[in-house]
Write a protein that binds this ligand. Structure first.
Ligand code: FE
Ligand code: FE
Ligand code: ZN
Length: 276
C-alpha cells in the first residue's frame, strides 16, 4: 500500500525522506517553496542524490510536489497570472531533478470572471509551462468549490484537460475532503462518485488521492480538513476508499491537521491495519 502524508522539512529532500520513514510512509507530499509563495531554495545535487538512494532502498512510491496556494492561474490580475506562470515553470524545471514524479496544483479561483474564462486562462498557462519532454506528471486537484474556485465539478477538470494542448499527459488528484465538500458523497455512495468521475473525466486519469476527513457536512463548500475519523466523512468511509478495487493501487497522501509527526504515524498505522 502506498501511503504517506504532507511533510515539511527544513533540510531538503534528505529531511523529507527521513521524516517519511519516521511516520511509516512510503510516499509523501511536500511544498516546492513557501506555500504562500516566495523564492525556492536552490537544488542541492548532493541532497538529491542522497534522497534518490534512500527512495530506491526504501521502495518509495511517487512523491507529490504541491504548488503554492498563492498560485492562481485564473486570477483577474495580469501580474498574479504572470507569477503563476513563473512559479509553475520554475517548479517544473526543479522537479526534473527528481524525475518521474508528480506535481499537483489547484486550478485556481476565477474571482468573478466566470468559469469559462477561468478554464481558458488555466489552459493558457498550462500551454506556456508544460513541455512534451518533461518526466513529471502534472495533476489538477479536485476542489471544494468554495468562493469562485474552479474544479469543484468534475466537468470543469475535464474541460481544462481537454483545452490544454498537453492535457492528455496530465492527471488528476482527488481530494476526499474537497469532493465531499463539493457535494460528491464519498461516504454514502463511493461507487456512484467513481462512476461519475469516470463518466466526466475518466478513471485512467486519476493518479493520486488526498486522503482527508472533513470538518463540514456534504456539500458545505468549505474546505476544512479533519483528522482521519474525526470528521463528517468518518473512518469507515475512508477505509472503503483505501480498499476500493479502483483506488487501492493509487498513492494516498494525508493532509490532515496534525501538530507532530506522531499524529500522522498513528493515522498511517491505523489505515495500514485496516487494509484488506
Ligand atoms: Fe491542495
Ligand atoms: Fe488536497
Ligand atoms: Zn483542502
Amino acid at each position: 500500500m502506498l501511503i504517506g502524508c504532507h511533510l515539511s522539512a527544513a533540510d531538503g529532500f534528505r529531511g523529507l525522506a527521513r521524516d517519511a520513514i519516521a511516520v511509516g510512509a512510503n510516499v509523501f507530499q511536500f511544498f516546492t517553496r513557501n506555500p504562500r509563495g516566495g523564492a525556492a531554495k536552490p537544488i542541492d545535487p548532493e541532497d538529491v542524490a542522497d534522497f534518490l538512494a534512500t527512495a530506491r532502498k526504501e521502495r518509495f512510491g511517487p512523491i507529490l510536489a504541491h504548488a503554492p496556494y498563492t498560485l492562481n492561474a485564473c486570477s483577474a490580475k495580469e501580474d498574479t497570472r504572470r507569477f503563476a506562470r513563473e512559479v509553475f515553470a520554475d517548479d517544473l524545471a526543479r522537479m526534473e531533478h527528481v524525475p518521474g514524479n508528480l506535481y499537483n496544483f489547484h486550478p485556481g479561483s476565477h474571482v468573478g470572471q466566470g468559469v469559462e474564462t477561468g478554464i481558458a486562462q488555466i489552459a493558457g498557462i498550462l500551454d506556456e509551462v508544460l513541455r512534451p519532454e518533461q518526466s513529471t506528471t502534472v495533476l489538477l486537484e479536485t476542489m471544494s468549490g468554495k468562493g469562485s474556485e474552479v474544479g469543484g465539478r468534475f466537468e470543469e477538470i475535464r474541460a481544462i484537460l481537454d483545452r490544454a494542448a498537453l492535457g492528455a499527459r496530465m492527471g488528476v488528484c482527488l481530494d476526499t475532503c474537497h469532493v465531499w465538500d463539493a457535494g460528491y458523497d464519498v461516504a454514502g455512495d463511493l461507487d456512484g462518485v467513481l462512476r461519475e468521475f469516470d463518466r466526466a473525466v475518466g478513471l485512467d486519469r486519476l493518479r493520486a488521492i488526498h486522503l482527508n476527513d472533513s470538518r463540514n457536512p456534504l456539500g458545505a463548500r468549505k474546505d476544512r480538513h479533519a483528522r482521519i475519523g474525526e470528521g463528517c466523512i468518518g473512518l469507515e468511509a475512508l477505509v472503503r476508499v483505501v480498499n476500493h478495487p479502483l483506488l487501492r493501487d493509487l498513492p494516498f497522501y494525508l493532509e490532515t491537521p496534525q501538530d507532530e509527526l506522531s499524529g500522522w504515524a498513528a493515522e498511517i498505522a491505523l489505515l495500514r491495519s485496516r487494509r484488506r
